[in-house]
Design a protein. Sequence first.
Length: 238
Amino acid sequence: MKKLSVPLTYLLVFALAAFAGLATMAAAGPRQTGFTPAGPGEPTYELRIVGIAYPFVGVLPHASEPEQADPERALVTYDASWVGSMFPGQTECRITAYDAEGSPVGEEFFHLTVLQRSATGLGQQVYVSEPPVSADGACARGDYASDASYSFERITVDPIETALGVGSVVYATARWQGQDPSARACAATVTMSDGTEDIYEFTIDVGDGDRVPITHLLPGRAAEQVRDVQITCGPITG
């Protein structure tokens, strides 16, 4: 039996690549009320502010020159880690920027998911009214449902053309078992016609009823050689 780790499919992948650990961030937009930081012992993320780049200077894709400096934006870089041993799932977070006198000059809300216990070198743009010199961050309680999961229907193994020749991909239709399972650690056990088994580990976060590619098979494993595929998922444990 071979046990393999494969690239994440249909998952939490994003453009800020200079960090250790897998994470996703999404804008939550401005908020006036309703944000409550997690309490002691609740599953969430701890944010450690690393630095502030001001004014913000971005680089557009394929551009030879950077954008003009924007005095209304700052880039706050930070590290994020789980609080406790439980994966928090997706949480809403807040970063606040302060001026030299300690007065808040900007605030940004966003959603954060960190699949491993820690991630470094993350960044969040914050709109500011004055030059910021410091910042802090906090996150709400996570919404991860440890008892939810996925089941899989219409599992097929389809041949595909690759740069190395003909390959094979396992496809399946994902179904939620209970509420939204969010990200789950899964394994596909592929039994070949000669009785050998390969186990492909992956992480998934998809909608109910989505038809998704589960994993590419090892080179030399043709679709017609596959006798059975079993897929199981469980909570992320870090």
